[in-house]
Design a protein around this ligand. Structure first.
Ligand SMILES: NC(=O)c1ccc[n+]([C@@H]2O[C@H](COP(=O)([O-])OP(=O)(O)OC[C@H]3O[C@@H](n4cnc5c(N)ncnc54)[C@H](O)[C@@H]3O)[C@@H](O)[C@H]2O)c1
Length: 322
């Protein structure tokens, strides 16, 4: 019988070790918006230095100015994560700005590129696949991971080194009508699991590897149509995800060298160790099903009131953005 552990972390204890990040240098891709943006601000407040990478140069500059304005330390480089050269230049810019390689690297930039197979299935001849999601969510994260290891190999460690991939619950469970996005996130978990196995066997060393798997949260990646579809379902709060990302940066015994964090609903995050991640093992499916079932009654309790409130928020946000 497989010994299975899915360890809950109470939401209000996610930041209990945040002081451990003081003095660390943290690189975040997709750092200009959503989870990455909130994470950057929290880490800076806790005393880490930030190097932010994103396509959105204007938002990057504004965030760096905001962090510095509050007494924090930050620099940035615009880069498209699908380009090895652009990401290499960003890592080099980080070394130039801070005199060393980043200690903690978040491969976080991602999109939902509207290139799921279902959207091309109009009954006509198949359209050429627009592989935007795969390129950013998978290729981009592989490049970030490879560069982190390359830069780490070139310089001695000053603080715990961690590589963190933002995957998704869609990478664990799949997403109806979201095949390519879900596949890109399964791939991300494949990188996490593979690196964790290499670290466990001693083939790799010198860093820990982690993954973050949230359910839907209201960031820029979630278009109004998807929010409408999800109305009435309690989403994960964005700060829960960024706090859980801070938890990873700080490290803990429960997280170990290879813990992923699952946030399958609006409840507490749970830690999944890489050795336990085997979707074909019944105990894994059972533990995940039980974890997901726990919040279903809360979702039902929201009822129509929650639905109306979510829909009116969508219209208010859309009107404010127009
Ligand atoms: N919000 C959710 O519901 C949700 C759920 C699970 C996982 N995720 C994942 O979380 C991560 C962060 O997304 P978010 O929710 O904060 O969304 P977001 O849209 O707010 O942030 C994503 C950031 O990535 C940047 N980016 C996109 N393409 C890029 C590229 N080619 N090169 C460099 N930067 C690029 C964007 O400019 C943006 O700043 C993504 O990997 C996403 O797939 C999000």
């Amino acid at each position: 019988m497989t010994q299975f552990n899915l360890v809950d972390i109470p939401i209000n204890s996610l930041l209990k070790n945040e002081a451990a990040v003081k003095g660390s240098l943290v690189l975040i891709t997709g750092g200009a918006s959503g989870f990455g943006r909130l994470l950057a601000g929290q880490l800076a407040k806790a005393g880490a230095s930030l190097f932010l990478v994103d396509l959105n140069e204007v938002a990057l500059a504004a965030l760096v100015a905001e962090i510095k304005g509050k007494g924090g330390s930050a620099a940035s480089a615009p880069a498209d994560v699908t380009s090895t050269d652009a990401q290499r230049s960003a890592f080099e810019a980080c070394v130039k700005a801070f005199g060393r390689a980043p200690d903690i690297v978040y491969a976080n930039a991602g999109v939902n590129g509207d290139d799921n197979f279902e959207e091309d299935d109009g009954g006509d001849a198949p359209q050429p696949w627009r592989d935007i999601t795969y390129k950013i969510n998978f290729r981009g994260m592989v490049i970030t991971s490879a560069l982190a290891q390359e830069f780490w190999a070139k310089s001695p460690a000053k603080a715990p080194r961690r590589l963190v991939f933002t995957a998704s619950m869609g990478g664990v469970n799949g997403i109806p009508s979201g095949s390519c996005y879900a596949a890109s996130k399964h791939a991300t978990l494949g990188i996490w699991k593979g690196l964790a196995d290499d670290l466990a066997s001693g083939k790799l060393s010198g860093f820990t590897v982690h993954a973050m798997c949230p359910f839907f949260a209201a960031t820029g990646i979630l278009p109004a149509a998807v929010r409408f579809f999800l109305a009435g379902v309690p989403l994960v709060e964005v700060p829960t995800v960024s706090n859980a990302l801070v938890y990873i940066a700080a490290g803990s015994n429960e997280l170990g060298d290879d813990g992923a964090i699952l946030i399958p609903d609006a409840g507490s995050p749970s830690i999944l160790r890489a050795k336990d991640y085997d979707p074909l093992v019944q105990e894994f499916s059972d533990a995940l099903d039980q974890r997901i079932a726990r919040e279903k009654s809360n979702a039902a309790a929201g009822g129509w009131g929650q639905w109306f409130s979510d829909v009116s928020n969508i219209f208010n946000r859309t009107a404010a953005a127009a």
